[in-house]
Ligand binder design. Structure first.
Ligand code: NAD
Length: 428
């Protein structure tokens, strides 16, 4: 999505190829798992408020559904590409397998900038996406959810369009719906909290007192905000957060040496996760370069914005103090940066384990929709923490036992589970 020298799909394939070789997967299975099973490219003509028609490019990729219906978010971004969507659908397969939920991997994207569109235009675009995909999505085939710049209102419009065409109610067709309209309590918090549940599990295993640690976060959207909230609740200090400023077309880092007040920063951010600079300055925040979050002298880095942010070009900028990276975003570290981080002894909690809380809670949302009975928030969060801790522990123990990098250990577990399902179905 972000313009960069790296291609997310090539990254996802390089990561897969490395572990496929380690596992000695046969060539048919490798060929099958290193690309999506199915993908759709289409256009959505939208009548804009000024009377013109704008045509948006849209994608949906189904990487693998051997373990269950495909599941994956839908991104709205002006730089979205087919390769991004392919990569993200692939990571979704591994994510669902790592947390052991009965779902496969899917992903969607629309090349658009909702920040510049009215709500009515966004609604028409969402409904157009469902009309273009009607036969390909559904509770038993492929289930979309919110992702970058898409939200629960978008999901509800899409559900409404689907149900209008289908002539019946299918609340399990999409997740991330508003609470009271088929959504699950805890879904808003789930990805960010999940990031910190994995960190908490690591801290417990290694006897690290999180209250004595410091962190720096890239992003201040859904994932970053709730990761920041939970980490602060555990007593950790967030020295800075960075986010995008649409007006200036660049990122800034907001810093307070003695720790950011997360509730205060949330109160001055917009719905796209951008912090108001003037208000932040009045509250005493230093506003510095967008890349500064990576160079901070902290114990933990939590990249929670975009892909391809940690590369061989900037690994040397990471402070010697950093001991842990929690990947809240999808694909924030490029495959060529991984060996450098590993050499430095930085403990990696890889994206498709670290940020799996969102899809795990989406799965809970579907389960509740199917029962038409909804749990209270604490029940959802307890189940979420249990699932994330269990998944983290399995990966961590395998990594220690086989002396594997955490990302590779997660891949070993995920690929084995998916390959087994593919084999049992007799596909390969
Ligand atoms: P979001 O749209 O709510 O927030 C994105 C944040 O990133 C915003 O604060 C934005 O200002 C910031 N940002 C954008 N460009 C930036 C840049 N160049 N430098 C610094 N900050 C920048 O998105 P989100 O839902 O929080 O998702 C963030 C990441 O987490 C994505 O990679 C997404 O795929 C991944 N993810 C999200 C979920 C979820 O449930 N929302 C689940 C799993 C993974």
């Amino acid at each position: 999505m972000a313009k960069s020298d790296y291609n997310a799909y090539e990254n996802a394939q390089a990561q897969f190829d490395k572990v496929a070789e380690y596992l000695k997967l046969d060539s048919g299975m490798r060929e099958f798992l290193r690309q999506p099973m199915k993908e759709l490219h289409f256009t959505i003509p939208v009548k804009m408020d000024n009377g013109t028609t704008k045509v948006f490019k849209a994608y949906r990729s189904r990487h693998n559904d051997a373990r269950g219906p495909a599941k994956g978010g839908l991104r709205f971004h002006p730089d979205e590409t087919a390769d991004d969507v392919r990569a993200l659908s692939m990571w979704m397969t591994w994510k669902c397998a790592t947390v052991d939920i009965p779902l496969g991997g899917g992903k969607g994207g629309i090349v658009c900038d909702p920040r510049t569109m009215s709500l009515a235009e966004q609604e028409r675009m969402c409904r157009g996406y469902v009309r273009g995909l009607f036969k390909e999505v559904g509770p038993n085939s492929d289930v979309p959810a919110p992702d970058v710049m898409s939200n629960n209102q978008h999901m509800l419009w899409m559900l409404d369009e689907y149900e209008t065409i289908a002539g019946a109610r299918y609340p399990g067709m999409i997740t991330g719906k508003p609470v009271g309209m088929g959504g699950s309590l805890g879904r808003t918090e789930a990805t960010g909290y999940g990031v910190i549940y994995t960190l908490k599990a690591y801290a417990a295993a290694e006897k690290i007192n999180l209250a004595k640690t410091t962190a720096s976060i890239q992003g201040f959207g859904n994932v970053a905000e709730y990761a920041a909230r939970m980490y602060s609740e555990l007593g950790g200090t967030i020295k800075c957060v960075s986010c995008w400023d649409a007006a200036d077309n660049k990122a800034y880092t907001f810093k307070k040496e003695d720790g950011c007040n997360i509730a205060e920063l949330v109160s001055i951010k917009d719905t796209f996760g951008s912090i108001d600079k003037t208000k932040a300055q009045k509250l005493g925040y230093q506003i510095i370069d967008g890349d500064a979050w990576l160079k901070e002298e902290v114990d933990i880095l939590i990249p929670s914005a975009l892909g391809n942010q940690i590369t061989p070009k900037n690994v040397a900028d990471i402070s010697k103090k950093v001991k842990i990276i929690c990947e809240g975003a999808n694909g924030p570290t490029t495959p060529d940066a991984d060996p450098l981080l590993q050499k430095r002894g930085i403990f990696m909690i890889p994206d498709f384990l670290c940020n799996a809380g969102g899809v795990t809670c989406s799965y809970f949302e579907q389960v509740q929709c199917n029962m038409n009975y909804f749990w209270d928030k604490q029940e959802v969060l307890n189940k979420l923490e249990y699932a994330m801790t269990k998944a983290f522990t399995a990966v961590h123990e395998l990594a220690k036992e086989k002396k594997l990098y955490m990302r590779d250990a997660a891949y070993v577990i995920a690929i084995n589970r998916v390959a087994e399902a593919v084999k049992k179905r007799g596909w390969v």
